[in-house]
Design a binder for this molecule. Structure first.
Ligand code: SF4
Length: 726
């Protein structure tokens, strides 16, 4: 470990940071400490979980793992069962075996002595991390021996370190409500003190996002910091987001991305005497985890072979890692140097010596004067914008973008629209390589709605509260201009909803098919009821890229010219961007500058919406999967370059609800649509989903007042406190 000395902050400062510091700034401060301590090294373990039983005499209110004795899925692992499972694990090159579970009289000190001895014999060199302070205190009490004797006996059988579980929240006001039958805070701390005195390192958790208040979190961290000052035996602090299932403790939502980032960053900033901060992928979306590794977190836990506790808590399996290689690739994708270690950060066979690893590369500083100029109100030119996009810390871009957001859309409101996406047809003759949605005319998957079906679906959406309909579809030669005129006029004449529909690509295709000009086509669609255009089909407005990803599709200038025509006849539009096709930073900036230049002329763009390319199920390889940090960087630079486009929309469809929420701290002022249905992105396998209540909760938890808007950003209603519990 290097000789970095971290500044100590007071409890009052900690509370102020947690409550008031802008999220991007808090992330940047914590990331600076993490880099001073570990550079870009990020730790992970290859672990197998052995949960001896899900029966438990303690029956905590917040636990979704324990089962009553008569439950079909209740189980106890005999030593023979354990032998069979350990045999299977012998070829898995594990670094860790985690043994944690329920407490029952049958599983006494003798059982655990034999279990650890068996594991040590069958998995030599694997760290046996086990049990929580709650289990150790219970087993010692059950055996009528001291915690010290209990630890000494287990240690003699191979027990290597205590996992940090069971800490929950120490403050009695909270603990008496969430862990009524669990040991008291001081008893938990005493078990760890004893372990430290015996040379057994431990970790410490903090369960947040249930009924605790900010002060309870700071109090919890303060007690950990005080014990660490005394013993120095803790290795990692592990903030654990509570997995809400609407039942336990009546908590409706798992802590949102913004809250998780703020708590993790504060943990790093406050615990100046803890070497590591760990967050576990089991409990969150991978895109969020990636952002957390740039917000103070230097350890992402481990693979989840046979992990049952988070699973019981409802943690989706899709986000777990099951192979060390997967974790390595994930970390490299986030610019980190992956370090496979064990839960006491020991040297693992076949891995480079961590201490000998060269320091991370020197970071550029030429971005700073550029960002200072922007912060002072200057307009960014393409060259400077490219340097910021490539070299500036994304947290710093976010900090200034959040200030620019307040200039463009002042105030505490953050908006969303209640809309529906509707695709008329998936038949398309353009074969874009990045598209997983389209079908060839002869394909069994092909479908086309009749105008009557379109109107019926829109009617039902309006009945459910949709105020905007976004109709788009493939370029289907069988659908002529009159088909769309029937759809639009049918909606206009029968449904009270705003028609924000059709992409420039579809309109260009229709005009060509009809043999008429773009403008005439736009005028006919407007006369049929079209009220505004979504900015679909823009991808990257650089033809070198377009020729590669969609050779048959609208060229950049044609897309811009069509939008100019639309603006000229009073049709407002949005503008989009899909990035991650291997374009350069300069080409991304070229896209933004082209939109800015058109906006300078027409003022017709109401909003800008960037999202990342999802390569799954498409014909296009992805040079590098875009992650949550890439997205927040893109949102921030968009806000800084597009100084004449008022609204910036976050994109939960591709980035997930949590990272989209963080975009509200990086310059976005809008959370996008509730959407009801979406087929194009979900065709790639991404299946994020939110409902209106979740959108309102996300905006509120980001510190903004949720407001439902129209397509033109007029406010329909502001959700005051009455919505909090809806
Ligand atoms: S992106 Fe649009 S134009 Fe391209 S293939 Fe898909 S549906 Fe057709």
């Amino acid at each position: 470990m290097n000789d970095f000395v971290q500044e100590r902050i007071s409890d009052a400062e900690a509370l102020d940071l947690l409550r008031n510091m802008p999220t991007a700034e808090l992330m940047g401060r914590a990331d600076a400490i993490r880099r001073a301590r570990h550079g870009n090294k990020t730790y992970y373990v290859h672990s197998h979980n052995l949960n001896p039983t899900n029966l438990c005499v303690v029956k905590c209110k917040l636990c979704s793992f324990w089962r009553p004795e008569n439950a079909k899925d209740a189980y106890i692992t005999t030593l023979e069962d354990a032998r069979v499972r350990l045999e299977k694990a012998q070829n898995w090159n594990l670094t860790d075996l985690h043994i944690v579970g329920g407490m029952i009289p049958e599983l006494d000190i003798a059982y655990y002595e034999r279990l650890f001895s068996l594991a040590r014999e069958m998995l030599p060199g694997v760290l046996l991390q086990g049990m929580t302070a709650v289990e150790i205190h219970w087993i010692a009490g059950n055996a009528g021996i001291s915690v010290r004797e209990c630890l000494e006996r287990l240690h003699a059988c191979g027990f290597g370190s205590i996992s940090g579980g069971g800490a929950e929240i120490f403050h009695p006001d909270v603990r008496k409500k969430i862990a009524t039958t669990k040991i008291l805070a001081q008893q938990w701390l005493d078990v760890h003190r004893t372990a430290h005195e015996l040379g057994i390192p431990t970790n410490a958790t903090m369960l947040f996002g249930h009924i605790e208040k900010d002060g309870h979190l700071v109090d919890h961290l303060a007690r950990l910091r005080a014990l660490q000052d005394e013993t120095g035996g803790f290795l990692a602090a592990i903030p654990l987001p509570f997995q809400a299932n609407g039942r336990a403790l009546g908590v409706r939502y798992t802590p949102t991305g913004d809250r998780q980032v703020r708590v993790a960053a504060l943990t790093r900033i406050y615990l100046d005497n803890f070497p590591h901060v760990r967050m576990l992928v089991n409990y969150m979306d991978r895109k969020l985890l990636g952002v957390l590794t740039h917000s103070g977190v230097d350890d992402i836990g481990g693979t989840s072979l046979d992990e049952r506790i988070a699973k019981a808590g409802g943690a989706p399996q899709s986000q777990k890692f099951f192979a060390a290689e997967e974790m390595e690739e994930f970390l490299r994708n986030h610019g980190h140097r992956p370090v496979l270690t064990n839960s006491v950060y020991g040297q693992v066979q076949g891995q480079p010596d961590v201490a000998a690893l060269p320091p991370s590369s020197v970071v550029s500083t030429r971005w700073k004067p550029i960002l200072d100029r922007v912060e002072a109100g200057g307009r960014l030119d393409a060259g400077d914008a490219t340097i910021l996009l490539e070299e500036a810390p994304f947290q710093e871009l976010g900090r200034v973008a959040a200030l620019r957001r307040q200039e463009a859309v002042p105030g505490e409101l953050a908006t969303y629209v209640f809309d529906k996406n509707l695709n008329t047809t998936n038949v398309c003759v353009t074969d874009c390589k990045f598209c997983a949605f389209y079908a060839k005319p002869e394909s069994k998957r092909a479908y086309t709605l009749t105008p009557e079906q379109v109107v019926e679906k829109v009617k039902r959406a309006a009945e459910k509260g949709a105020t905007q309909i976004l109709i788009q579809g493939g370029l289907n030669p069988d659908l002529k201009l009159d088909y769309y005129e029937q759809c639009l006029s049918g909606i206009r004449d029968n449904v009270d909803i705003w028609i924000h529909s059709m992409s420039p690509t579809e309109i260009e295709f229709l005009a060509q098919e009809e043999g008429i000009s773009i403008k005439e086509c736009l005028v006919r669609l407007k006369n049929a009821g079209l009220q505004s255009l979504p900015g679909g089909g823009a991808e990257i407005l650089v033809d070198d890229i377009r020729r590669r990803i969609s050779p048959k599709k609208t060229r950049s200038q044609a897309w811009l010219d069509l939008m100019e025509d639309a603006h000229s006849i009073g049709l407002k539009t949005t503008a989009t961007m899909v990035y991650g096709f291997g374009e350069t930073a300069a080409q991304r900036i070229e896209h933004l500058v082209k939109i800015r230049e058109l906006q300078d002329r027409t003022g017709g763009f109401t909003a800008f919406i960037p999202w990342s390319f999802s390569p799954n199920k498409t014909d296009l390889d992805c040079p590098r999967l875009q992650n949550g940090v890439d997205y927040l960087r893109m949102i921030a630079i968009a806000r800084l370059v597009l100084d004449n486009v008022p609204h910036l929309q976050a994109g939960w469809v591709t980035e997930g609800p949590d990272v989209a929420q963080l975009a509200l701290q990086f310059g976005a002022d809008d959370y996008g649509g509730v959407l009801m249905t979406e087929e194009v992105v979900s065709a790639t396998g991404l299946d994020y989903g939110v409902n209106e209540a979740q959108v309102v909760n996300m905006i509120r938890e980001a510190g903004y007042v949720p407001a439902q808007r129209t397509t033109q950003y007029d406010i329909i209603r502001v959700h005051g406190a009455e919505w909090a519990e809806a």
